[in-house]
Each structure stands twice: as C-alpha cells, then as structure tokens.
Write a protein that binds this ligand. Structure first.
Ligand SMILES: Cc1cc2nc3c(=O)[nH]c(=O)nc-3n(C[C@H](O)[C@H](O)[C@H](O)COP(=O)(O)OP(=O)(O)OC[C@H]3O[C@@H](n4cnc5c(N)ncnc54)[C@H](O)[C@@H]3O)c2cc1C
Length: 477
C-alpha cells in the first residue's frame, strides 16, 4: 500500500460516504447507434479527482483488491488520483497489470472490483474502471508509455498466440531480458481484443498503442503463422527457443446443430463481429468484406457475445434486432450492463424461445426461423434451471439474418501435434493453476486455452503467473 496518512483516514472515512456520486456519462443512444465509437464519455480531471475521493480506504486487504484477478492496488491508486497524481496512479496499475488501459475498458467491473466495493451496501460503488481508464490515457497523452527492457540474457522464448495471455507473458519476460518472438495465426496481433470485442466497447487505437509499446521494447511478432499447421511446437524447440508459452485462446464457435444453420444469412458470432468491426486491411483474406445485414436480425444466445452481436447489428442499419434465448433473463450469463446498453440502442429480447430450424426463401437465403416455446425445469449441476421444450408450441419468426452466439470451444490442434502435452475436454490444455506449467517440460500455457472462455483480465493474470515461472525455468537451464 502507498503511504496514506492515518490521521487523515481516521477523520475522513465516514464523511467520504457522503461525497456525491455522478453516473458515468454515455453518448445519446440515437447518436451512438450510428457509429462504432466509444459509448462511454471519459472522465475529466476534476470528475476523476472527485470520484476517487469517494474511496473510503477499507482496511487491508480491501475487497476490491481481492476481487481483482491481477490484484491492482486500487485504494492507493484512488489516493493518488485524488491528489491529482495521475501518472503515478497509472504507474501503480502497470505494476500489477500488463494492459490496464484495456482491462479498465472491458472488465465486467460490476462483478469484480466495483461489485465488491463496500459502498454497494448503501450507495453506488466507486467507478474504479473509468478511473483506471482515465489515468492510463492521461499518462499516454502527457508522458508516454515505455516497457522497461531487461539486460539481455541470451535466452529465446516463443509465444504462440498474440492475445492478452501471450502479450502479458511477452511484456513480463522482455523486462527480464529474454528474447521474445510471438507467433500469431491472424494478420495482426491482439487476439480477441482486435478480432472479437467490438470497437464501441474497446476502441482499437487503445489496443494498437499497447502493441506499439511492446514492439518498441523489442518483442518480435510473426503473423499469419498457424502453429500446429505451419510448424509445430517441437520445431520451435529445434529452432532454438528454450521455452514456449501457448496462449491460443478458445475460439471455435459452438455449433447449434439444427437444420438450416449453414444457410446464407446465418452467421457465427465471431465471423460476424470480426467482419463488422475490424478494419478491412486487418481482416483475414477469407473474411475481407463486411457482413450482409438484413432488415430483421435474430441473435441466438444469452452471453456477452450475444449483446455484442445485438449492438453491432443495431449499428449496421438493421430495422429490427432481437435476441432469442431459451431461458429467462434471470439465467442469462451475460452482464446486465451490456444488456441495458443494448436495450437503449433498440435491441429486444424474446425469452424461453429456442430455434429448431432455419428456413430459406425461394432464393435459398434465410427467411424464417422455426422456434419452440420453452419452460424452466429442474436445476442442472450448476444450479441453473434447465430449459424444457413445450410440445406443440412451434411458431415462426421472420428473420433475414441470424447470428449464433452459443459459446466457444478450444482448437485441439496444439494438443494433437505436440507429443506429451496433456489436454482435456475437447482440447483445453492441462496446466498448473499457479505456474501454467504443462505436462511437457518447457511448455507453459494460460488464458482461455486452459480455462475455456473467460475474461481479458484472467488471461492477463494467467500470463503474468506463467511468465514468473518461465523466468525461473529459463534461469535454471
Ligand atoms: C465477442 C467477444 C467479446 C468479449 N468481450 C469481453 C469483454 O468485454 N471483457 C472481457 O474481459 N472479456 C471479453 N471477452 C473474452 C476475452 O476476449 C477472452 O477471455 C480473452 O481474449 C482471452 O485471451 P487469450 O489470450 O487467452 O486468447 P485470445 O484473445 O483468444 O487470443 C488467442 C490468440 O491466439 C491466436 N491463435 C489461435 N490458434 C493459434 C495457433 N495455432 N497458432 C498461432 N496463433 C494462434 C489467435 O488468433 C489469437 O490471436 C470476449 C470474448 C468474445 C469472443
């Protein structure tokens, strides 16, 4: 913890509860739905200092620090921001996070730091995410950001996958002086930060700026190389890499397995989001055009990806955009904040509805979706009530575009092409929770390819833990 005068806290803790709270400003839904720009209006210096001063500085360990997967020292950062020490606050975040400018924008704060804020008992939580975004942006604009480079060790590390997990390993190990090369199958690095999360949630300039920091630190990016197809992990060792980190995510769209899901007009969520959001020049060649969007767009699924698809479809000029979900809103896995924004932007929800068939018009293009009504049955193993079809309730929904946002599976190729690398559940890599060590000596893994689909910040945390273990391993060689 930073030194906060104890006499100050003793006097002030109670009165801080009564400092007024102002909600984050968002752009008018009617305006923002016409573009892909940021929805949130950033804080200014004055608002940031006032908001940070609402932190009551809970005794150590503060609940917000515990709830943050990278354990940012949020109370100390709040203290610095309150004093106007914005660059110092940003530096503090960089001690525990490899990409605070990104986590601050995309973390589900309501489930993490803000969800655990003691203010929730009576008031609104301190806006930890917006404050982290403000100071990291202030730092970049006013001082610049550099990744410190360690004294060269002569040790070579290969990282497979340039998503948050792989990038965090690189950011940590370059500071220890290791020579880092990242192999990435897509044309540009970034993983789902670039090829998944829509621009209105995460402006791509923020991602490119962080990538630039890593490039300036000497990290090498080799793009358009698919490890497992173009070369194997064994070949990386033969080329002289002494340790390998695998951070390939979990990016295969789960299929729906109903008739008609291959019809023109039916998209998988990832392809739809990538083609709609990414600059045309960064798109893989097979996806080089914007998706066609009809007048009536159905998004199927209940997670955050479904919200992203709904909001993207609203921005692409669809007249009606609606979500079909087989349970009720209470069981929806996606965050309520994104659903609120989606509703403001015009998306509608139909609950207890399960598509059973996609139907084509005379030209062979999607025209209708046959659905069945559902009811909730007994809870499943996770305690969520199972959706059960009600016989004889089939009905037709008109739709000329459907987007399947049903979750993600891992790509089994790394497990299949790497001897002695244990995998489970269709390809997830078996790795130690604390170190990322896999069953193959010298090979580490972390992020979505170990846990299944999760969060940016948990991938960052896994990458940083693996980097610490890899540094120890490299030193032992
Ligand atoms: C649409 C969508 C929206 C999301 N929104 C949020 C959000 O708002 N907040 C949040 O916290 N999380 C969000 N997530 C989840 C988050 O993006 C992931 O949990 C996170 O990106 C996982 O990081 P990762 O590094 O493990 O994998 P990824 O980000 O998936 O990166 C893996 C990288 O490896 C590359 N790769 C794959 N296979 C190979 C191979 N064989 N050889 C070489 N390279 C390979 C991929 O191209 C990719 O660049 C979202 C996910 C999706 C799909």
């Amino acid at each position: 913890m930073q030194a906060i005068p104890s006499e100050f806290l003793a006097i002030d803790r109670k009165s801080r509860k009564y400092i007024p709270f102002f909600e984050l400003d968002t752009r008018d839904p009617n305006v923002r739905v016409c573009d892909f720009l940021d929805v949130i209006i950033p804080l200014d210096e004055e608002r940031a200092m006032l908001e940070a001063s609402r932190c009551v500085h809970c005794p150590d360990p503060a609940a917000c620090v515990v709830a943050c997967p990278v354990h940012n020292d949020i109370p100390s950062a709040m203290w610095l921001i309150e004093q106007g020490e914005f660059v110092e606050a940003a530096k503090l975040y960089r001690k525990t996070s490899s990409m605070p400018e990104i986590c601050s924008r995309v973390c589900p704060h309501e489930q993490l730091c803000e969800g655990s804020c003691v203010h929730n008992k009576m008031h609104e939580p301190v806006l930890c995410g917006a404050l982290e975004a403000f100071v990291t942006c202030y730092e970049r604009d006013n001082k610049g950001v550099d990744v410190p480079i360690g004294k060269p060790t002569g040790k070579k590390v290969a990282i497979v996958g340039a998503g948050p997990a792989g990038l965090s390993v690189a950011e940590q190990l370059v500071q220890k002086g290791h020579d880092i090369t990242i192999f990435e199958s897509k044309p540009s690095p970034g993983g789902l930060l670039l090829y998944g999360i829509p621009n209105f949630k995460l402006c791509k300039e923020v991602v490119f700026a962080r990538m630039g920091d890593l490039e300036r630190a000497g990290i090498k990016f080799v793009t358009n190389v698919y490890i497992g197809k173009d070369k194997t992990i064994d070949q990386l060792f033969e080329e002289g890499y002494q340790a390998v980190f695998v951070g390939v995510g979990s990016q295969i769209d789960a299929p729906m397995e109903v008739p008609g899901e291959d019809l023109p007009g039916v998209y998988k969520a990832t392809e739809f989001l990538i083609r709609a959001n990414v600059d045309l020049e960064s798109l893989p060649p097979e996806m080089g055009t914007r998706p066609e969007i009809g007048k009536r767009v159905a998004v199927i699924g209940g997670g955050d990806t479904a919200s992203d698809c709904l909001r993207t479809a609203c921005r692409m000029g669809a007249e009606e955009v609606f979500c079909l979900y087989r349970r009720t809103e209470t069981e929806m896995p996606g965050g309520s904040k994104d659903r609120k924004l989606a509703r403001e932007e015009g998306a509608k929800y139909q609950f207890l509805t399960q598509p059973v068939k996609f139907l084509a018009d005379d030209t062979g293009h999607l025209a209708q979706i046959e659905c069945i009504r559902m009811e909730l049955g007994e809870p499943d193993a996770k305690g969520r009530r199972r959706p059960v079809p009600i016989e004889g309730t089939n009905f037709i929904v008109e739709a000329d575009t459907a987007i399947l946002a049903l979750g993600y599976w891992p790509d089994p190729i790394i497990g299949e092409t790497t001897p002695d690398l244990e995998t489970k559940n269709w390809g997830l890599i078996v790795a130690d929770k604390e170190t990322g060590a896999t069953t193959r000596p010298g090979v580490y893994a972390g992020g979505d390819d170990v846990t299944g689909p999760d969060l940016v910040v948990t991938a960052v945390a896994a990458g940083r833990r693996a980097a610490a273990a890899m540094h120890e391993y490299l030193n032992s060689l």
